[in-house]
Design a protein around this ligand. Sequence first.
Ligand SMILES: Cc1ncc(COP(=O)(O)O)c(C=O)c1O
Length: 388
Amino acid sequence: MRYAPITDRLMKLGSEKWKLHFETRRLKALGEPVIELTIGEPDLPPDRAILEALVSALYSGRTKYSYGRGEPDTLKAIADKYTKSRGYSVNEENVIYFPGTQTAIFATLLGLVGQQDSVLVGDPYYATYEGLIAATGAKRLSVPLRQEHGFRMQAADLEREIRDDSRLLLLNNPNNPTGSVLSRSEVQAICRVCEKYNLWILADEVYENLVYKGEFYSPLSEENYRNRVISVASVSKTYGVPGFRSGWVVGPEEFCKKLIALAETMLFGGVPFIADATAFALNSSSDFVDRMGASYVHRAKLIVDALAPSPQINPFLPSSGMFLLIDVAGTGMEGEEFAWKLLKNKKVAVMPGNSFGSNATSFIRVSLTVEDALLMEACKRINSFVKV
Ligand SMILES: Cc1ncc(COP(=O)(O)O)c(C=O)c1O
């Protein structure tokens, strides 16, 4: 049978990227004592009040069809959040509700680029970006995120990679997997380059509330460049509910007008009771994300100390997010080989760096989402693996 080219373009870019993670889940289902440090699922249970808001919406009949743009109260809650945090007046016409950041990026890219275009992205990048860009048929151009700059994108590096067909910069700040956070002046310099070459900026800001060092600054806060900036995020990380699949785009009114039919064609609206719980969460004054962030900072430091006896591996202390990168080049192995052998020999599951781009091949990524004692046990096993 014949299939459309998109299926070939995405063949190795879906679950293949998470192969080690799925193998881990298979082993755990068989009862193997694997310590899972692969994906970014917050371990803290979400606030009970959010779950109660969801259940009460469900029982009050919020199970019908929704609107293409989203539920009005949820759109308002998102708009209010951005008005407060980005320093200008955002309204419902600037927002479209999506089932998670992932779909928000998918639809935005589909609305802005195609086969004749190229998309710039910092490398290392979040694992699904490769597939998201490939789905549109656009070419991916990597902007190196250099360790000597703390993995923060430098405007000069961006400018060097821009070509005539470049249309968009996919900017993940705070960054997964590196945990880096751009300074205000770095964001401004990147905006200037994007203005010069007439590029859209698609800012993936899912970790904006999980910053430990430095200060989050969004390109949406830059009045002069706002017409080319789209921010995407969700409640997945901030409220510990990735299974809600609840997120949004915030951007110029004209962009939202153009994108709305695409969103409607794809989704035919969201899930009203989840949208209600999302609005509740956004309007609440929860300290969930601060508690979660404090435990991640603590765990990242624990790991750095615990791995100190193994000079062949170098952990990079993150400034944000829920992950930590470890350079394993000193072991003579690439991240991929290291991760699979570590799983086989020591039953510790980490992500191989090559899932996050060609600049991450010498790394493994560790998720900070398990309790301290288990994390220490994982470090013990890593140290003994490195010694062999
Ligand atoms: C940088 C980044 N963007 C997007 C996502 C997807 O988030 P969501 O659950 O909102 O689709 C993740 C999830 O880990 C992420 O790390």
